[in-house]
Ligand binder design. Structure first.
Ligand code: 2DT
Ligand code: MG
Length: 207
């Protein structure tokens, strides 16, 4: 039986993840493909609401470790749903995932492996599209500075942590510098098209 593919879109803030995921969903739906978008953090459940408070209210204090574990708990809350969708042949598109979880927390100084540990056993994406600026281009875009992590110095540290995943066989760097939405869309498509008809192999787990 063919299962759906697990595709993650990752990147710093303001790199175009949400724009590209929306376009991709629309394209795949137009082609009659079964696809579902899951955004992390999803802010609707009780855990999600706590995370939302943490991100938007700077007076709300949590230790870095407990904040980290909440984001991980958020993923574990949805793992059954993800697995069920994949089994049913649905392609699951993740807007942020484990990689953001590790990168944003490790950027605060927490140990990289410690950050990954609570996510071990989660389904591992078949492909990760990392939307990336060569320079600090995301910081020059508008809409920055409203939430906890939207600070230039911090974004630079997160970038370094994200890059530690570069080299994994599922990792694809997509440079967005100076490219239009349409140009990035085409590149996203060339990476995703190989996966949209499903896979015969079992989904891998983080280990
Ligand atoms: P958005 O800007 O995409 O809404 O994300 N984050 C995200 C973490 O620190 N850990 C995680 O596990 C995830 C998924 C990245 C809000 C912020 O939450 C950060 C930015
Ligand atoms: Mg954001």
């Amino acid at each position: 039986m063919t299962r759906g593919a697990l595709v993650a879109i990752e990147g710093l803030d303001r790199t175009g993840k949400s724009t590209q995921t929306e376009i991709l969903i629309k394209t795949l739906k137009q082609q009659g493909k079964a696809i579902e978008l899951i955004k992390f953090p999803d802010r609707t459940t009780q855990i999600g609401q706590l995370i939302n408070k943490y991100l938007t209210d700077k007076e709300f204090r949590l230790s870095d470790q407990s904040a980290h574990l909440l984001f991980s708990a958020k993923r574990w809350e949805l793992v059954e749903k993800i697995n069920n969708l994949l089994t049913q042949g649905v392609t699951v598109l993740l807007d942020r995932y484990v990689y953001s979880g590790v990168a944003y927390s490790a950027a605060k100084g927490l140990d990289f492996q410690w950050c990954l540990n609570p996510d071990l056993g989660l389904p591992k994406p078949d492909v990760v599209l990392f939307l990336k600026f060569k320079d600090d281009g995301n910081m020059k875009r508008g809409g920055f500075g409203e939430e906890r992590y939207e600070v230039d110095e911090f974004q630079k540290k997160v970038k370094v942590m994200f890059e530690r995943f570069d080299g994994d066989n599922n990792w694809r760097n997509l440079y967005v510098d100076g490219k239009s939405i349409e140009e990035v869309r085409e590149e996203v498509w060339t990476h995703v098209v190989k996966y949209i008809d499903g896979l015969d192999t079992n989904v891998q787990l983080f280990k």
